[in-house]
Design a protein around this ligand. Structure first.
Ligand code: FNR
Length: 381
């Protein structure tokens, strides 16, 4: 379908599905087990309702905010996703160009198709073209962050951190902490079993004995079951800038992170791809509000998973989150339409957010306070 017929973020999904091979589609869309965490994520946003206030003079509204001390045009950003090249040949280059043009933030995956140095260079080049106009209009500039998988070999992790720092482009380091092992990606396994069987029943039996294959490139080299809280120290030292733990799933762990001087936590169940029956991020955010009131002032709290509506971003901000990560819709947008798709997806989220602010009676994000939402349904689930 023509890009102009894409009106809501979910529209990108069907467009992407018909534009790419089954294997890529399966990798992007899959979740662990039967999808309970994935579906829980989607449902959580709808379980929170707004409490719109009237007569607020909302002619002029601004969704600008700060993410880890860096200005951002929006309280949402593109989540790190590996292997964007499986969706479209422009891969991460297309993503960062679109981010640069829209003044948005994005987190770049360790598992990117393109080398981080090339991504950084393409981002800077595009940013140079738009910086003058952004400054003239006093708009925040785009910003990249780097997502780190910590392999079992610490030397590799340290090299990776140094390379990312040397680019001078990445503002903060997002260390993924929910992947001691890979979640059970059922659709991946079924597809691989079918392919192996079609090739040769004997080979299929052999592959089964050798261990389950995964479409994900997060191979065993990226996973690390030995990490503990002790590891936070050297990571912080090595990076020397803001550090966020990506994949925190309880209030206790968020509080522990704050004690250790971590700058932020991303409440996330990895888009329902790791522990199935994991909590959705909004539920964990409410848990923090209940058991550690004031914690959201001691470190920056982010959420992701299942956000498919720009207005929904406001719900998380009202409950104390700094910003919301959005994953699959951007992968689908890139797959179907290249960098134009990413731009359109950013525009759609921005437009829905601004309309949402007006309809809820909020002129800026400082006004997005807890009383603007009713989360009782989520608590009762
Ligand atoms: C991911 N995610 C992810 N996370 C991470 O830390 N490193 C990575 O390389 C990837 N790769 C990746 C690939 C694909 C195809 C998906 C869908 C997800 C998880 C991602 O950062 C984020 O937590 C979720 O995608 C958010 O959920 P939604 O918005 O996709 O529902």
């Amino acid at each position: 379908s023509h890009i102009s017929s894409i009106v809501v973020p979910n529209d990108f999904e069907a467009a992407a599905k018909i534009s790419m091979p089954l294997k890529s589609w399966t990798y992007i869309s899959s979740y662990s087990h039967d999808g309970s965490a994935f579906r829980g994520n989607l449902a959580s946003w709808q379980a929170v309702r707004f409490r719109p206030r009237i007569f607020a003079d909302v002619r002029t509204v601004t969704p600008e905010c700060r993410i880890l001390g860096s200005a951002s045009a929006f309280p949402f950003y593109v989540s790190p996703m590996g292997q964007l090249g499986r969706g479209h040949a422009v891969a991460e280059i297309g993503l960062v160009r679109a981010l640069a043009r829209r003044g948005a933030h994005g987190v770049i995956s360790t598992e990117s198709t393109v080398k981080m140095e090339e991504i950084a260079a393409a981002f800077l080049e595009e940013k140079k073209k738009v910086t003058a106009s952004a400054a003239a209009e006093n708009r925040p500039e785009a910003q990249l962050h780097f997502q780190l998988y910590i392999p079992a070999d610490r030397e590799i992790a340290i090299q990776r951190i140094r390379r990312a720092r040397a680019t001078g482009v990445f503002h903060s380091l997002w260390v993924t902490v929910d992947t001691a092992v890979l979640g059970k990606r059922s659709a991946d396994r079924k597809l691989q079993a079918a392919e192996a069987l079609a090739a040769s029943p004997d080979l299929a039996a052999h592959a089964e004995r050798a261990g389950f294959g995964m479409l994900s490139h997060v191979g065993s080299a990226q996973l690390n079951a030995s990490l503990t809280w002790e590891d936070v120290k050297w990571m912080k030292q090595e990076w020397g800038g803001p550090v966020v733990l990506k994949g925190v799933q309880t209030a206790e762990d968020a509080a522990r992170a704050a004690e250790l001087g971590v700058d932020g936590v991303l409440l996330s169940n990895h888009g329902g791809r790791q522990m199935h029956d994991a909590p959705d991020a909004l539920t964990t955010l409410l848990e923090i509000r209940t058991y550690y009131p004031g914690l959201v002032d001691r470190l920056e709290v982010f959420v992701d998973g299942g956000c498919r509506d720009g207005a929904d971003v406001l719900k998380a901000v009202a409950l104390g989150a700094k910003a919301v990560g959005v994953g699959r819709p951007f992968f689908y947008a890139l797959a179907a339409y290249g960098e134009k798709g990413v731009e359109r997806c950013l525009d759609i989220f921005a437009d829905e957010l601004i309309t949402g602010m007006r309809l809820v009676g909020i002129k800026n994000l400082d006004e997005a306070q807890p009383e603007r939402v009713n989360a009782s349904r989520l608590l009762n689930e």
